[in-house]
Write a protein that binds this ligand. Structure first.
Ligand code: C2E
Ligand code: MG
Ligand code: MG
Ligand code: MG
Length: 275
């Protein structure tokens, strides 16, 4: 058996490593091809005012229409995008598409479109400049987009993050901390960061209504955000009960399946746009 033959075991490991490398190389090639042949799409999910239910914006969520595998979720390819060094190329595509949508729906879409940044982009000193260049080229005002960074990626390089977020916010682009509450950042960072919004991670929202301790945690986040004059979005609201609870706690915006799933442009347009 292989257990008695260390040589073949080494061969096995090395071939599985080679296999992993081969898969990754293929995925990188496929991602490049996807960029070149327009296999990506933005889905939009509504964000509504917690009190009135009126549309206040939308989050753009990337989808990959893979020729063989069909619709691939970002959780399954964003890590490969990062590792392949393609984060800024993919983001450039996302920015172009978002600007196209904003132009197309000018005067009809109420609120901002939020876009997700990859962690590695926080260290990109040219990010704000290239964002502004794209906005200008499409004649879209800076205030029409909002850029989200996860709390997790902020913590990994706080100094670079502060610089990049400051550049963006000085240029008039709104910024947001995504998945807030999961990254264990010190709360004092919140005062230091030039952000306009925090998004309470859906793990907390979906625990509501529940243990008084969980409720107290979301309440503390909402109070802090209020003190710093930040917009608080409750992510992942799926039930009326959760909506009631985050409203009571003081979250200003709700995003979740209860109000709408991420949807292709035509579906979002038919549901949320007037005129
Ligand atoms: P995220 O930015 O936190 O986006 C919210 C995710 O939660 C989305 O998953 C959305 O479909 C899902 N969601 C929204 N409401 C509900 C709900 O009520 N219940 C449940 N169970 N889920 C809900 P999605 O679209 O699969 O995206 C996953 C993650 O992939 C995003 O999390 C974001 O981190 C990343 N991502 C998406 N688009 C992009 C992109 O263009 N660039 C980068 N770098 N990352 C992206
Ligand atoms: Mg997000
Ligand atoms: Mg999130
Ligand atoms: Mg997330």
């Amino acid at each position: 058996s292989t257990r008695d033959q260390p040589k073949s075991s080494v061969a096995y490991h090395s071939s599985s490593l080679q296999e992993a490398i081969r898969l990754r190389t293929r995925l990188t090639a496929e991602l490049n091809e996807a960029l070149r042949t327009d296999q990506f799409a933005l889905y939009l999910q509504p964000q509504v005012d917690a009190q009135s239910g009126a549309l206040v914006g939308a989050e753009a969520l990337l989808r990959w229409n893979h020729p063989v595998r069909g619709l691939v979720s970002p959780a399954d390819f964003i890590p490969a995008v990062e590792e392949s060094g393609l984060a800024s190329d993919v983001f450039a595509w996302v920015m172009e598409e978002a600007c196209r949508i904003l132009k197309l729906w000018q005067g009809r879409l109420r609120g901002t479109i939020s876009l997700n940044l990859s962690g590695s982009q926080l260290a990109d000193a040219g990010l704000a400049t290239s964002v502004m260049e794209t906005l200008r080229r499409h004649d879209v005002p800076a205030g029409a987009v909002r850029l989200e960074v996860t709390e997790d990626s902020l913590i990994r390089d706080m100094d670079a993050a502060v610089t990049t977020l400051r550049d963006l916010s000085e240029a008039g682009v709104s910024t947001s901390i995504d998945d807030f509450g999961t990254g264990y950042s010190s709360l004092q960072y919140l005062a230091r960061l030039p952000v306009d919004e925090i998004k309470v991670d859906r793990a907390f929202v979906q625990a509501l209504p529940g243990e008084p301790r969980d409720t107290a945690l979301v309440q503390a986040i909402a109070n802090l955000a209020d003190a710093y004059d930040l917009r608080v979005v409750a992510e992942g609201v799926e039930t009326d009960e959760q909506a009631r609870e985050v409203r009571r706690i003081g979250c200003s915006v709700i995003q979740g399946f209860l109000f709408g799933r991420p949807a292709p442009l035509e579906v979002f347009e038919a549901t949320w746009l007037s005129g």
